[in-house]
Design a protein around this ligand. Structure first.
Ligand code: C2O
Ligand code: CU
Length: 519
């Protein structure tokens, strides 16, 4: 991780960013299932942070007055040992001069014993994740295998990663990140700088370029789309675009979803309208441009920010409609690629095997400065928990559980679990949910959206609803692998995650007893 200057847009002076291996976003790591990878993530960043650091966040746990920037890299979606998971307290400063309490090793071990998938890596340092990721510390990690290769999906130059982020810039090209909450003034009791409730940038950045355009041939492409924004959701659709007057015309080619967070779907799903990609999520899609030779298309986003619910009317609404342009070449080309009707085995986790159902309320509170705080709880009556409260979610290896996220706040939150991939069972209004009931009537739930098929590690929990996911801890039907120890679950809006909307969970070994799980 180094500080570098990068040209984000031709009309903007170079921007100072932080990159892995000197680039933002970081290099795409390509790994093969069954071939483990070791990575030594090395911190070569300057002593001072690039962005305003609010030292009131987890102030009793973070040595803010000591030198150096704390980083730690998490492999998001990685079914990995806990000592290589990159948990927030496993941070380290430049050249490992200082390390956090849960730092265990320099060389992270990724066993790659899970289905091929679009994973990503990003910083996860305690209390400053939002700033480290915003500065540029994120990249893709594509896990492949021969079976997937043999499907004949578009590959090579026709397989393109798209890292979607929103950023704001100052006139001199530097990254803009707010130092204070909007609507507060200098005589408010807020710390300065202060964490903001949410961050939404005014500029679409794709693969480190502002409002880019992509040239394609009139044929099929596979796009590995990552929503790597701090807080923003995307709801994407392609439109024909008239550049002379900047207007959109008819809808363009649909997205054909072939995979999401945790790997390929059982069969492809054509997204008829908008493709929702929550913060932190991935969409593995094929788009066929063959009917659009010679045209320009716009990748359009209509997701509100914040996303859904009463809070979208609070005045901080920051839509970002234009994501990028796609220029389709005029000349026909051969296209030997295909999208087979069967992609992978995705066995359903059986609901009748559930060992535990967890009612997980998400509520609003405020911190000691009166700033809004989104918190996670484990029971209706008890007060919600902060990050450092004792662990309340302790599944045993090989257990199957339903996690029911009950969103009692005013906006949608993208809920993420480390280590595992879950299946979305469905949603119901909060008023119809009875946490005391013995079983959940799956039939009565609003079924998952088409883009929520298969294996997910982030799910959109909408306000006023309970979102149920089913998860198995450990290997399942030959997929994934057994891991025990401490991991995190949290909202993937990074300002929320940094501000206590994050909790540990701990996978216990079958027999209780001792294991080195870093507790
Ligand atoms: Cu991508 Cu704990 O996060
Ligand atoms: Cu949140």
């Amino acid at each position: 991780m180094r500080e570098i200057e990068q040209k984000i847009h031709p009309n903007l002076p170079p921007t100072t960013v932080w990159g892995y291996d000197g680039q933002y976003p970081g290099p795409t790591i390509e790994a093969q299932q069954g071939e483990p990878v070791y990575v030594r993530w090395m911190n070569k960043l300057p002593n001072e942070h690039l962005l305003p650091v609010d030292e009131t966040i987890h102030s009793s746990k973070i040595p803010y007055d000591s030198t150096g920037v704390r980083v730690v890299t998490h492999l998001h979606g990685g079914n990995v040992e806990h000592t290589s998971d990159g948990k927030p307290t496993a941070w380290f400063t430049r050249d490992f001069e200082q390390t956090g309490p849960k730092f265990k090793k320099k060389d992270y071990y990724y066993v790659n014993d899970q289905p091929p998938a679009t994973l990503w890596y990003h910083d996860h340092s305690l209390g400053i994740t939002r700033l480290n990721v915003y500065a540029g510390l994120a990249g893709l990690y594509l896990l492949r295998n021969d079976r997937e290769e043999s499907l004949g999906l578009p590959s090579g130059e026709y397989e393109i990663p798209l890292v979607l982020q929103d950023r704001s810039f100052n006139d001199d090209g530097s990254l803009f990140y707010p130092t204070a909450r909007s609507g507060t003034d200098s005589d408010s009791p807020n710390p300065n700088p202060s964490i903001v409730s949410q961050f939404f940038g005014d500029t679409s950045v794709v693969n480190g370029k502002a409002w880019p355009r992509l040239s394609v041939d009139p044929r099929k492409y596979r796009f590995r789309i990552l929503n790597g924004s701090n807080c923003r959701f995307y709801n994407l659709k392609l439109f024909e675009y008239n550049e002379s007057d900047g207007t959109t015309g008819a809808g363009g080619p649909p997205f054909t979803l072939v995979g999401n967070d945790g790997g390929l779907l059982a069969s492809p799903v054509t997204i008829e309208d908008r493709l929702e990609i929550g913060t932190g999520k991935r969409a593995d899609v094929v788009v066929d441009f063959s009917d659009y030779a010679g045209q320009t298309l716009l990748v359009h986003n209509d997701a509100a920010a914040p996303y859904r619910g009463p809070d979208i009317n609070t005045g901080e609404q920051q839509p970002l409609p234009d994501v990028m342009l796609v220029d389709v070449a005029a000349d026909d080309v051969d296209d030997p690629s295909q999208v087979p009707s069967t992609l992978a085995e995705v066995p359903e986790i059986p609901v009748d095997s559930v060992d535990e159902e967890r009612y997980l309320p998400m509520t609003m509170s405020s911190d000691e400065y009166g700033r809004p705080l989104h918190l996670l709880g484990s029971e209706a009556e008890s007060s919600p928990h902060k990050l450092y409260d004792p662990v309340t979610e302790e599944p045993t290896l090989n257990d199957t559980e339903i996690w029911s996220f009950a969103n009692l706040t005013g906006m949608s939150h993208p809920m993420h679990m480390h280590l595992v991939h879950f299946q979305v069972l469905g949603r119901q209004p909060y008023s119809e949910y009875d946490p005391e009931a013995e079983t959940i009537d799956i039939e009565s739930l609003e079924p998952p959206a088409p883009e929520e098929m298969g294996w997910n590690d982030v799910v959109t929990a909408n306000p006023g609803e309970v979102t149920h996911v089913i998860v198995h801890f450990g290997g399942f039907e030959g997929l994934f692998n057994d891991q025990t120890g401490w991991y995190m679950w949290h909202c993937h809006m990074l300002e929320h995650e940094d501000h206590d909307m994050m909790r540990p969970f701990r996978v216990l070994p079958y027999s209780g007893g001792d294991n080195d799980d870093g507790s």
